[in-house]
Design a binder for this molecule. Structure first.
Ligand code: IMP
Length: 206
């Protein structure tokens, strides 16, 4: 089976490829992404929800790669004490072209301005899949946790250095960036949404 991933984000693509690794080695799946296209202009992500943005990304790739599976997702971080921000704006929190470190710095600054605010947070992911026949389906995943007071760890991407995930009901003392890709892929919002998609096409429970 040929599966295209509608993302230009290298961190997300690495995670998704790791999660699909056994399908590639054991079942011969071919996994490609929009980064493999010689010419591809991403559409503006101007949806009002994670689902709308995931549809924009996935449909853009499905329009140029027909007869194959296409998946795409939109994800973000919602912080309780910031009223759900950065939310849909997670990739652009510190500005339209903000880097991951700039977004993390802004988040820590906003939390420092509200010392009494709840640090509880969650990552959310909505994944859209379009079948070779053009049928669209949706899957979601989330990861609960807390925002750390300072960043730690060199792994992952985005807000991983400040996110302390809830693991087996307890807040981890290590950030996602410290825990590493193996641990993150067992618990992450993206992994949960992707597993739900895989279960739906492979015919078993997630
Ligand atoms: P988008 O889905 O491409 O609009 O971007 C989502 C943004 O949310 C990323 O650029 C990150 O800032 C953040 N994000 C989503 N998932 C993760 C994650 O697994 N770790 C850290 N940050 C994430």
């Amino acid at each position: 089976m040929e599966l295209w991933v509608a993302t230009g984000n290298a961190g997300k693509l690495t995670e998704i490829k790791n999660l699909l690794h056994s399908r590639v080695t054991e079942k011969g799946w071919v996994v490609r992404s929009q980064r493999d296209l010689a010419v591809f202009t991403p559409r503006p992500e101007n949806g009002k929800t994670f689902l709308e943005n995931a549809q924009i990304k996935t449909r853009a790739v499905a329009a140029v790669q027909r007869g194959v599976w296409v998946i795409g997702e939109d994800s973000g971080l919602e912080v309780e004490g910031l009223g759900g921000l950065p939310g849909l704006h997670s990739a652009r929190y510190a500005g339209p072209k903000a880097s991951d470190p700039e977004n993390v710095a802004k988040l820590l600054k906003m939390m420092a301005l509200k010392p009494m605010a709840s640090r509880r947070a969650r990552f959310v992911c909505t994944l859209v899949a379009i079948s070779p026949e053009g049928t669209e389906s949706h899957f979601t995943g989330e990861l609960q946790g807390e925002i750390a007071k300072a960043q730690k760890g060199g792994g992952g991407f985005g807000y991983d250095p400040v996110f302390l995930p809830l693991i087996d009901g307890a807040v981890s003392t290590q950030t996602l960036a410290e825990l590493g890709s193996g641990a993150k892929n067992r618990i992450s919002h993206r992994a949960a949404a992707l597993r739900a998609f895989l279960a739906s096409i492979e015919g078993s429970a997630p």
